[in-house]
Design a protein around this ligand. Structure first.
Ligand code: ADP
Ligand code: MG
Length: 239
């Protein structure tokens, strides 16, 4: 089977509480998949399990046909962007972008090339010498995306990357992320509780509730033919 990300029989529990229950998910190479659902439904838990940031209780995670269930996050070929920017405050933008590459012992030349490319794609060249504290929320989030970009990730994981931004910036960056996907054609898994974001960005939307995927379909199908009352109430067209 030709999947970029495959989640098989996944269970994640905290004590007696199953937060993810017997979840199956296959994401095609180059697909933009949105995980959509209300707060507390398990979106971040699922994303963090794909990233390797939490241990699974049962089941497997495969990335590019490799079982990575017990691999370190850094060995999974992923780039992750969180809701809060998680930039290093004492470093310039340039250093923030290059830090992971320096740790991984890339050559100076290679680092410069990668940073320049990411800066060009995200239009943050003028910001390279500045520090995060001197940037707007939108600029910081571009830098955070840049940090995922320099690593040539096969799979990008986004956890509500726009929810700390004001409405205007949210729309701008949404367009930017869409453009990034069209340019790179990487697999993207994008968590949000925002229906509009999901409908405009996704190739397919997985609507989650209570640790399970209720419906997985393209946006039009989800909107026009929700499979149950929950999906209808959360995202479907008004009947
Ligand atoms: P979402 O991202 O959809 O808002 P989460 O994946 O963060 O939801 O959380 C799903 C459920 O798991 C919630 O009920 C949350 O309270 C619970 N949960 C998350 N992390 C932990 C943890 N470390 N210990 C116990 N419960 C947790
Ligand atoms: Mg979350």
């Amino acid at each position: 089977m030709d999947s970029s990300v495959s989640v098989r029989d996944l269970r994640i529990s905290y004590g007696a509480l199953d937060v993810i229950r017997d979840l199956q998910l296959d994401i095609a190479p180059g697909e933009f998949l949105v995980l959509l659902g209300p707060s507390g439904c398990g979106k971040s838990t699922l994303l963090n399990a794909i990233a390797g940031l939490i241990d699974v209780s049962d089941g497997e995670v495969w990335i590019n046909e490799r079982n990575v269930t017990w691999d370190e996050p850094k060995d999974r070929g992923i780039g992750m962007v969180f809701q809060s920017y998680a930039l290093y405050p004492q470093m310039t933008v340039e250093k923030n972008l290059s830090f992971g590459l320096r740790v991984a012992k890339h050559s100076r030349e290679d680092i410069d090339k990668r940073v320049a490319r990411a800066a060009e794609i995200l239009q943050i060249e003028p910001l390279l010498k500045r520090r995060p504290s001197n940037l707007s929320g939108g600029q910081r989030q571009r830098v955070a995306i840049g940090r995922a970009l320099v690593r040539d990730a096969d799979v990008f994981l986004f956890d509500e990357p726009l929810s700390n931004l004001d409405a205007k910036l949210r729309v701008d960056l949404r367009v930017e992320i869409k453009r990034l996907h069209q340019r790179l054609r990487s697999t993207m898994v994008y968590v949000t509780h925002d229906q509009i974001e999901a409908l405009t960005l996704a190739d397919r939307i997985a609507v989650m509730q209570g640790g399970a995927i209720q419906q997985l379909d393209d946006p039009l199908t989800i909107y026009n033919r929700p499979c149950n009352l929950f999906v209808a109430g959360f995202i479907g067209s008004p009947a």
